[in-house]
Structures are given as structure tokens and as C-alpha cells.
Design a protein around this ligand. Structure first.
Ligand code: HEM
Length: 343
């Protein structure tokens, strides 16, 4: 497989763009014309050829630019990557899982050679060829979690499992939808989810936690989540809100197709073998409204979802001020035809 990597940015001039192939494989998250929270989890065991679900850790045309953006964010704010002392082994678990998966799933891009605890890792797109000793931190330029997630698209929360709960005790979080690792570090599953409207009362978090506590090795699970973002920006964190918050006010009927993005998170859940922790990768896919409406059934459905989303969800997701503009724009692409679940 050959991937041509885009030269693009997620800040400044925002030159991010999707090729026609990237639009076709975009993980459109709605299976009906309305949306409400649910325990929408399924086994993460592949998907259609070419889809974002096919491989364990999807690599696409945005890979190199996303890694550059992560490096910029980390240089400005090193606290985006943290690991409490007891999470050291979990970090090595993450490194092993990603290296094994990527070298098996993309053998032309990544190679892993193992001779006992002497490992050699080759990342061709990034020009990396490193040898190190597995479980010996002193042999890598960063801690194991930071080392491998500087080379892997998506954010990564690493959860410790104890007392029948999950604890956010490590992570690499540089492309989040307005939440902070530095704020959430050390919190439990219910504590970090406290700001989410409705879901606790609906029993979603109780059921989701029960499911997660029982995720088994080699049987990962996944779900999709979504929000809207003005401009193709990965780093929409509370720490940088002064940079991107005001951009929400820059939308006009003329520029909305180009500047308003649907942001979809492919979240997956993996049991880690040595630490018994859980890895939670959050892979972000962005698509502009003008690209999205090139698929008529998506434009039609997104119009209905955004128009009818309960006010508290639209407020929490941060687009309530722009909802009228977005709905007006999308209405032009909704001919009123019925839609099906197969989308
Ligand atoms: C939101 C983390 C699993 C449902 C969030 C937020 C975080 C988070 C940090 C943002 C909260 C804020 O506003 O500050 C995680 C982690 C998980 C996990 C680390 C894995 C251990 C799940 C699962 C479900 C779920 C399994 C449900 C099946 C939600 C929902 C939201 C949310 C509905 C609100 C999202 C929105 O409206 O955009 N999660 N979560 N989470 N989470 Fe989770």
C-alpha cells in the first residue's frame, strides 16, 4: 500500500485538506436522522477494505502533518503528555501493542525486529531507525508512551484499573475536543465524565464502565463520538482556548462551507497485558461541510441531526452560537428524501 502524505497545517493558515479518497473513507457517524448518547460499542475487529476500521491503528494521508502538529503542541506545553510513576509498565505495554500492530498491518511503512529484549524499530515515513532494550527507559529518547505516541496519530489515554474503576493516570493528549489531561490526571471514570450532560442520568456511564472493566486482551472494542470544530484545528484544548475560541465568531454564510468542520473520533479500547491497564486511543477525523455535502445522503442527514439536537448537547459540544448558520447552510442540501440506516 502506498500512502501519499499531505503537506498541510492544523493551525495558522490551516492548509489541512482531504483528498477524494479521504472523503470517501470518512467515518460518517450517524445511522439515523437524529442523535442521542448511547452505549454505542462494538468489537474492533477490522472493517471494509480501505475503511478507517480495517487496521488496528489507522495510518492515513495526514500522518506526517499530524505528528508535526503534535510536536509543536508538546514544545509549547509538555504537560500534554503525562504518566504517573506507577504507569511505567503500561507505557511499555502501549509501545509494544502499537509497534506490533503497525509493523504487521503496514509492513511497507514500519518494521519491528525482536531478539529477546533487544528491539529495533523502523518508521520509514518519519525516517526513524532506533534500537533499544524493551522495558529499559534509559534506552529511549523519551518515556515509552511519549516515544511511540509521537509517532502515532490520535490521542491516547492510559487507564489504570483498580477498585472496580478506571483512573486516568497517563496520556498523550494534543488533539482533544475541549478537555484537559492536566486537569483530569488521576481522576476516575465518573469524575472525568462529570461535565457531560444527560449521560449519567441515562445510566450510560455505569454500563460503559462495566463493559470496559471486562475488555479482554486481543478483543478490543470501539465506538464513534463527534462534535463540530471551526477550522481544521487539532489542538482545541482548554489551555489554548484564547487561540481558537474567538474563531467560532468568524463564521459567515459565505465561509461556513469551508471553515466549519465535522470532527469524528474513532475511540477504541484495549486491554494491556502486563499492567492490566486499558488503552483508550481517540483518533480524530476532520471533514469540512463543503466536502461532506459532496455525499448527498450525508448532507441530508447531518442537516436533520444538527437541526434537531437537544439544546444542552449543542451547548456542551460548543456550537450553539453557530447552530442557526450551520442549519441554514445544510438545509440547502436536504431535499426531504427519506434516509436509510445504510449510510
Ligand atoms: C466525553 C474520556 C469512554 C461516553 C468524554 C470526555 C473525556 C472522556 C475526557 C470529555 C469530558 C469533558 O467534557 O471534560 C473517556 C475515556 C474513556 C471513555 C478516557 C475510556 C476509558 C467512554 C465510553 C462512553 C463514553 C465507553 C460511552 C459508551 C462519553 C460521552 C461523552 C464523553 C457521551 C460526551 C461527548 C460529546 O458529547 O461530545 N469522555 N471516555 N466515554 N464520553 Fe467518554
Amino acid at each position: 500500500m502506498t500512502i501519499t502524505f499531505n503537506k498541510e497545517s492544523f493551525r495558522g493558515d490551516y492548509s489541512f485538506h482531504n483528498s477524494a479518497a479521504a472523503i470517501r473513507r470518512f467515518p460518517f457517524p450517524f445511522d439515523r436522522d437524529e442523535y442521542m448518547y448511547s452505549v454505542n460499542m462494538e468489537p474492533h475487529k477490522g472493517g471494509r477494505d480501505g475503511s478507517v476500521f480495517q487496521r488496528r491503528f489507522d495510518v492515513d494521508e495526514h500522518y506526517l502533518s499530524e505528528m508535526e502538529d503534535r510536536a509543536i503542541t508538546l514544545s509549547r506545553d509538555p504537560m500534554r503528555c503525562q504518566s504517573l510513576p506507577h504507569m511505567r509498565v503500561a507505557g511499555w505495554d502501549v509501545l509494544e501493542l502499537i509497534m506490533v500492530s503497525k509493523s504487521e498491518d503496514y509492513p511497507d511503512l514500519f518494521e519491528l525486529h525482536r531478539d529477546g529484549d533487544r528491539w529495533r524499530w523502523i518508521n520509514r515515513p518519519m525516517g526513524i531507525d532506533d534500537s533499544f532494550t524493551f522495558l529499559d527507559d534509559s534506552t529511549l529518547p523519551y518515556g515509552p508512551l511519549e516515544y511511540i505516541t509521537r509517532q502515532t496519530q490520535g490521542d491516547f489515554a492510559v487507564l489504570d484499573q483498580r477498585q472496580g474503576n478506571l483512573w486516568m493516570d497517563a496520556g498523550m493528549i494534543t488533539s482533544q475536543a475541549d478537555w484537559s489531561l492536566d486537569f483530569d490526571i488521576g481522576m476516575s471514570f465518573f469524575e472525568w465524565h462529570a461535565p457531560v450532560p444527560r449521560a449519567a442520568e441515562m445510566g450510560i456511564f455505569q454500563r460503559a464502565l462495566k463493559f470496559l472493566l471486562n475488555v479482554q486482551q486481543d478483543s478490543p472494542a470501539r465506538r464513534l463520538n463527534w462534535t463540530l470544530t471551526v477550522n481544521p484545528r487539532l489542538d482545541t484544548s482548554p489551555e489554548t482556548y484564547p487561540e481558537w475560541g474567538p474563531e467560532k465568531r468568524s463564521l459567515t454564510p459565505e465561509n461556513i462551507g469551508e471553515k466549519q468542520f465535522l470532527r469524528v473520533e474513532l475511540q477504541s479500547f484495549w486491554r494491556l497485558p502486563r499492567s492490566n491497564g486499558v488503552l483508550f486511543p481517540i483518533r480524530c477525523y476532520l471533514i469540512s461541510m463543503q466536502d461532506l455535502v459532496t455525499v448527498p445522503k450525508w448532507g441530508r442527514r447531518l442537516h436533520r441531526v444538527i437541526r434537531d439536537l437537544p439544546e444542552d448537547l449543542a451547548t456542551y459540544k460548543g456550537f450553539i452560537v453557530n447552530r442557526p448558520l450551520i442549519v441554514d447552510y445544510l438545509a440547502r442540501f436536504d431535499d426531504g428524501a427519506p434516509t436509510s440506516a445504510d449510510i
